[in-house]
Design a protein around this ligand. Sequence first.
Ligand code: ZN
Length: 277
Amino acid sequence: MKLLTLALGLAVLFLFSGCSEKNALDKDSVIEESSEVTNSLREIQEALTSTGPEEAYIPILMFHHIEPIPADHPDQVFYGLSFAPEKLEGFLQYFQENNIKTLTFEDLTNIFDGQMPLPEKSVMLTFDDGYTNNYNLARPLLEKYNMVGNFALISEKVPEGGFHMNEAQAKELAKTQHICSHTATHPNLNEVSQTQLLSELKDSQIYLQSLTGQDVKCLVYPAGKNNEAVRAIAKEYYEWARTTAGGKTIYANQKYTLPTVRIFPTTGVESLKTWFE
Ligand SMILES: [Zn+2]
């Protein structure tokens, strides 16, 4: 597989070097091609130096609100994005009892670089949007079980606080939990200008890194939206990017289209059993 990647990479390089001559006067296409060549070179380099696995079964669970919302709540979208804290605790107990390790994206990098052994059973917990209830209700549970979640914060919501966790809370959270970017303003990345796209990915990273002191290398695309242009910028600044597409296996060559498992208010431990046993 690595040899195939290498062969494909070389073929891409060959093709682009040919195209560049033909379109030598088209500045935009030359810039675009040179960045693709750079990416191809990087992929070849990664394929040659990586000693980690090419795939790993690690379900990445996707949570939003951790709050007990009644099923007949008038805002059904809110209900649909909620998960009761006692149910989360049930999940954590299950992980503890079954020796399922909770991983950060940094662990994932180390596993795929061959620097950390792949645990026999592992899971990733991702919390989207950075709601204050994540700080108040999910964080204490994770700390109680000595487990770790990955919290995707919308950087421009943090200074506002209120519904979303504020700066003091985000800093406190980062002491025990892993921080990811969920962009600066949570737009549909497929529809923003190239300038905004860059600022959404880069500025949110700069802000979150300086606030939390963590190296923020994971991105969660708002509503999972991504296209080639979005992924190209993501590759410049991040090591991993999660979508909302369903799946439980992580492939080394799909670091910018990571799948997830959507958790519904009704998802129970029975589901975990089918995924881990
Ligand atoms: Zn979101």
